[in-house]
Design a protein around this ligand. Structure first.
Ligand SMILES: [Mg+2]
Length: 267
């Protein structure tokens, strides 16, 4: 019998682990993870992020029992340099970049070109104002990230970014991350669509999805059914739409080890 999800259940509680066991013992289950703040701790300088060794070690047995996907706001190329293990599927740029999907590859140049106006404006008329507010633009190819983590006046920095996007952005979608505003082409797939496309292509019907910020909440909100094990990492569990909660990124090795123990009969 399938039970309905219990809201905000601690993933490492006895009840959470019991649910995890029943969920994982199905070979068609995809294990999908966000990267920054989920597998790797958030750091002041995004280029310094790396998957911690305990996470890599705990992930390795799961790579033999399940298909594993990592979805990130980073480009796939960037992700590969810092992941530290070979996931079966890498999806970048918040869902816009899926190298294994022919349709995604075909549309990528248009997604990239849609951001050219903003790139040009940031390099010219907006450059000094962004520097003065401590805002740094990260160009990931199919998405842009305006980081204001290092700004001394974060509200003013957010206002400046909003002004810039209102003036220079056309046909775009902007959304919050952790102290970053992300920008993609309005018609680019998001994480939800990219995950669904991957599951369809691979014939997978169930997914464990772990994430830590607003873009992951979009996935949690749309999938509150028993075929999804949604896990919010960090933050206030009461504000999350995920069914399960993990206190912090540093608990991820423990969670992965628990996954491995509970799907050992598949090995
Ligand atoms: Mg994240």
């Amino acid at each position: 019998m399938t039970t309905s999800p219990t809201a905000h259940l601690a993933a490492l509680s006895a009840a959470g682990l019991q649910r995890l066991q029943s969920f994982l013992n199905d070979g068609s289950c995809l294990l999908a993870f966000d990267f920054d703040g989920t597998l790797a701790p958030i750091v002041a300088h995004p280029e310094s992020a790396r998957t911690p060794l305990p996470v890599i070690r705990a992930m390795e047995p799961l790579l033999r029992t399940h298909e594993v996907a990592v979805l990130s706001g980073r480009s796939v190329e960037d992700l590969m340099t810092r992941l530290g293990f070979e996931a079966h599927h890498l999806i970048g740029n918040h869902g816009a970049e899926d190298p294994a999907c022919p349709l995604s590859l075909q549309r990528a140049p248009a997604y990239r070109a849609r951001l050219d106006g903003i790139r040009a404006a940031v390099a010219s008329t907006w450059s000094a104002a962004l520097v003065a507010q401590g805002v740094r633009m990260e160009d990931r190819g199919l998405s842009l990230g305006f980081h204001y983590r290092l700004s001394r006046q974060r509200d003013a920095a957010r206002r400046l970014i909003a002004e810039l996007l209102a003036a220079e952005g056309q046909g775009i979608r902007a959304f919050d991350g952790k102290l970053v505003i992300n920008v993609v082409s309005v018609d680019a797939p998001d994480k939800v669509q990219a995950l669904q496309s991957l599951m369809t292509r691979r014939g997978l019907t169930r997914v464990l999805y772990a994430g830590d910020d607003a873009s992951d909440e979009q996935v949690f909100r749309q999938h509150q059914d028993p075929d999804w094990f949604t896990l919010r990492v960090g933050g206030d569990a009461r504000l999350s739409a995920a069914t399960f909660h993990l206190n912090a990124t540093s608990d991820m090795p423990m969670f992965l080890a628990a996954c491995q123990r509970r799907c050992s009969r598949l090995q």
